[in-house]
Design a protein around this ligand. Sequence first.
Ligand SMILES: Nc1ncnc2c1ncn2[C@@H]1O[C@H](COP(=O)(O)OP(=O)(O)OP(=O)(O)O)[C@@H](O)[C@H]1O
Length: 294
Amino acid sequence: WDLRALRCSFSAACECDFRPDVRGLECDLALNLVGQHLVRQLVVKGVREFLQNHDPVKPLVMSFHGWTGTGKTYVSSMLVRYLFQDGVRSPYVHQFSPIVHFPHAEQIEQYKENLKSWIQGNLTNCGRSVFLFDEMDKMHPGLIDVIIPFLGPSWVVYGTNYRKAIFIFISNGGGEQINRMVLDLWYARKDREEISLQDLESAVSEAVFENPNNGFWKSGIIEEHLIDLLVPFLPLKQHHVKQCVVNELTQQGLTVQQDIIQAVADSIPYFPEEERVFSSTGCKTVASRVTFFS
Ligand SMILES: Nc1ncnc2c1ncn2[C@@H]1O[C@H](COP(=O)(O)OP(=O)(O)OP(=O)(O)O)[C@@H](O)[C@H]1O
């Protein structure tokens, strides 16, 4: 008899689908996430502490920032996989993309209402829900503030505690600032790993808060410090790209060949243009290039 299955048939389904494995997440990140030491530390520590607390004062709110192809979606999907048995397909994981769900600026008031009731309904159904907001930099400013009441410490409806939910925002906003800081370190002949988290955090918050084209523009979410973890994704260097190629070859069951690794790494654009230090597209196009060069 599977005792868990038996218990599941009598209890709230969502708690049953919720099977967090933080150690598994930690291992997977250590093995497969390339060149993002801050991300690994912040996400594992943040999620572990949040899950260890059986009575959290507020939901866990994380915001992922960085240049394209640096691993934001990759990490969020991995996290969800280690939280829910069905991963991103779990009915308790909800993804929002502005282009798909909120395409028309003139319907913003309707979107606000829909988003609020959607979140409220799903939280009533399952306090352990995860909400993923992709491409925050393409979200109409003002829309996201409608979820502020769900992110703070005082949101309790009908006696249900909503503080066990996890909210993840993903955005390229602040990516330029992160790249600039890492590049300045490189010009100063310092390691990219020497970057200060505090400096990054304030530069990113300021950048997204002050950009009128960003979903966080003048947002109460930033102003009221509702984000628990601002997670900066650093630009990847050529040796990181090579590691992504190795991962991809292995995953596709292909032989790891030096000439393919070199050919893929050489075919990618880098910045600064002359020195070719950081990948302009991270590891984003690695999979398709591996197919092309193999
Ligand atoms: N740091 C990384 N370590 C390992 N693989 C990576 C990393 N970054 C990106 N990749 C690979 O590149 C693919 C694309 O990355 P991902 O979609 O996570 O980028 P992103 O940061 O979300 O980009 P965008 O801002 O354009 O959405 C991933 O599926 C993964 O295979």
